[in-house]
Every structure is written in structure tokens, then in C-alpha cells.
Ligand binder design. Structure first.
Ligand code: TXA
Ligand code: MG
Length: 324
């Protein structure tokens, strides 16, 4: 059993000491819990891949608490990226930028770019400051599984390999950060929809954000079709369609409409139809339904706007069969 610690200053100092020695610590962020290791220590990075059972081709996000690290870790920073950092950091936005030699190749899976993010969770920031250097942190789940939004989700997923879990309470955003790459013209494109909506980014930059260009090189290798999957088979249906309850099925519902009958268990991720609340509740609801020994889970697709894009992305990818 991995110990879950209150995030007081003594425990943050303890966690920082583990990280400096090359150990791993699970930390709360505003999006999901992360599995953190020293981003500048290749041995710690290798341990992250091993513990998560993550393929080496899927690069890690490097977390910082201070903008000074942007200049140290990156070589070329488009103006648009600086505008976004000014406006949205700390927060659920990851920027993929050309890396400097300081960043180990293992962090970027050999790609020439590094993904950078400044989280806003006070415990993540306190730990980063205490360690004094950047931390690589993918979501603290086994590769391909549901993301963790509580300390308990992390301790349920791992039995070893992590020195401790800092408990910062349930994550307030609930879906992973939005990941943006930049084209040669310096304009951003969307690599992963997430906790910061495309509309908010577009309104600050006063331009449309396009999808990532199709290329032979994987732009964001984590964007695999099968990901975020519960163990229970997950199916989705469009809003307005009535789902068919069969024996032992669970329902992930959204909004104020009456819940269809016949389901063994129902989780409404926002009874008021609020997409922010739905994002916050999404993974906890899926974890709960997944723990009930159901035969299948049916999930309602939410409106494709704001945080709805990130929610639908996770639902659709949780549905694809594993191994694709
Ligand atoms: O909210 C978050 O981003 C959470 C918390 C812990 O910060 N972290 C997270 O990490 O979601 P992870 O590893 O589960 O997802 C990282 C995503 C993957 O899709 C990966 O492919 C992409 O970021 N990524 C990382 N480095 C990249 C790079 N150099 N180029 C393109 N995509 C990259
Ligand atoms: Mg992940």
C-alpha cells in the first residue's frame, strides 16, 4: 500500500527529498493527479515509463512553477505562446515548444519538442518550488486506463513504485490539460482538447485554432485512439436517443432530463447541464461505475462545445477496444 500523505510542509519536504533522489511521487494538479519524477534525471524518467507501463514513444509533460524555466528548457518561443502563458498560466494549458539540450531525450521520446505546463494547484506549485527543478508528470494511471482525479484513484491503481501520494483533494478541472503545438508560422494548433476550452484560447488570440496537421511523425503520440478506458466495456450514445438498458448496465448521464429506467447504476455528471461540473465529475463517475462489476456502461455524449470537447474525446477514446 502506497502511503497517502496530507500536503503539509513536512510532507512536501519529504516528497521533494524523494524526487531529488530519483524517486516518484503522485501529486495533485487541478486537472488530474500526476506521477511525478525529476524531469532532468533520465533514471527517474525511465522509472515513470516503467511504473505506468507506458510505451517509450509517448512523451511526458514537463511541469514548472516559474517562467524562468521556459527559457532554459526551450530554444524558440513563438509570440503566441508567450501571450498564452501570460493569460492562462498557471492553469490547464500545455504548450509544445522546441526543446533545449537540457531536456533529456527520454522526456520527449526523442522528439525535438518538449511539452511544458505550469499547473495551478497550490500543492503542485509548492512541491515544484521545494524541489527547485522541473517535474515530468503524466497522469498517475496505468497506460490506457481511466485518469485519476482523487488520491484514492491513484492508490487503487498502483501497489508499488511510487514513494508517496500527496492528497490535494478531488481535482477541480477533472480532465487533462489542453495541449497545443505551433506551426512554422507561429500559430497554434490543437493536439489534445482539455481543461481549457478552444473558445477561450481563440478569444484571447483572436483567431481560430485548427486541428493538428496530418503528418508521418506522430505529433502527439498520446493521442492514440484507445485511451482512458474503464475495464467494463463502454459504449456511448448521442443525447436525445434513448439508451437500451440490459442486464447489469450502468448509465453515465448528463443534464436535467429524466433518467431512463432499468439501469443498475446511474451517475449524472451534471444535473444542471453544466459542462465544467461534468468535466470535474467525469472520471470519478467512470471509476465508480467501473468498480461495480457491471456488464457494460452506456455514456451520453455531451454538447460538443467548451469543455464538452474534452469530455467527448475521453468518452470516445474510452470506447475503442484496447490494443489499437
Ligand atoms: O493535465 C495534464 O496534462 C496531466 C497533469 C498530470 O498535468 N498530465 C497528462 O499527461 O495528461 P499525459 O502524459 O497523460 O499526457 C500527455 C500528452 C500526451 O498526449 C502526449 O502525447 C502529449 O501530451 N505530449 C507530451 N509531450 C509531447 C511532445 N513533445 N510533442 C507532442 N505531444 C506531446
Ligand atoms: Mg494520461
Amino acid at each position: 500500500m502506497i502511503s497517502i500523505l496530507l500536503p503539509n510542509s513536512a510532507n512536501i519536504a519529504l516528497a521533494a527529498e524523494s524526487l531529488r533522489r530519483g524517486g516518484l511521487v503522485a501529486l495533485p494538479t487541478e486537472t488530474v493527479y500526476g506521477l511525478a519524477g525529476d524531469a532532468l534525471n533520465p533514471a527517474a524518467l525511465a522509472r515513470i515509463f516503467e511504473v505506468k507501463q507506458r510505451p517509450y514513444f509517448d512523451p511526458l509533460i514537463v511541469h514548472i512553477a516559474d517562467r524562468i524555466w521556459v527559457e532554459k528548457l526551450c530554444t524558440d518561443i513563438p509570440d503566441q505562446a508567450r501571450v498564452l502563458m501570460d493569460r492562462f498560466w498557471p492553469g490547464p494549458l500545455t504548450l509544445v515548444l522546441p526543446k533545449s539540450n537540457l531536456v533529456p531525450d527520454l522526456a520527449t521520446s526523442g522528439l525535438p519538442n518538449v511539452a511544458l505546463r505550469m499547473p495551478s494547484h497550490p500543492v503542485a506549485l509548492a512541491l515544484l518550488r521545494e524541489v527547485g527543478s522541473p517535474l515530468a508528470a503524466p497522469s498517475a494511471n496505468l497506460f490506457g486506463a481511466l485518469s485519476p482525479t482523487t488520491a484514492r484513484h491513484v492508490s487503487d491503481a498502483f501497489s508499488q513504485g511510487i514513494d508517496c501520494i500527496l492528497d490535494g483533494g478531488p481535482c477541480s478541472v477533472g480532465v487533462e490539460s489542453t495541449v497545443l503545438g505551433f506551426g512554422e508560422n507561429g500559430n497554434p494548433f490543437l493536439l489534445r482538447p482539455g481543461g481549457l476550452s478552444k473558445e477561450e484560447i481563440e478569444s484571447v488570440l483572436k483567431m481560430k485554432i485548427s486541428a493538428a496537421p496530418i503528418s508521418d511523425v506522430p505529433q502527439s503520440p498520446g493521442g492514440l485512439s484507445s485511451h482512458y478506458a474503464p475495464r467494463t466495456p463502454l459504449f456511448f450514445f448521442e443525447a436525445g436517443k434513448s439508451p437500451n438498458a440490459s442486464a447489469r448496465s450502468g448509465l453515465l448521464w448528463f443534464g436535467p432530463e429524466p433518467v431512463p429506467s432499468g439501469f443498475t447504476a446511474v451517475e449524472n455528471i451534471s444535473a444542471t447541464g453544466n459542462l465544467r461540473e461534468a468535466a470535474m465529475n467525469l472520471f470519478a463517475a467512470l471509476h465508480k461505475l467501473d468498480s461495480m462489476g457491471l456488464e457494460r456502461i452506456l455514456a451520453q455524449i455531451v454538447p460538443e462545445s467548451g469543455l464538452g470537447r474534452a469530455i467527448n474525446d475521453r468518452l470516445r477514446r474510452g470506447c475503442a477496444p484496447l490494443g489499437q
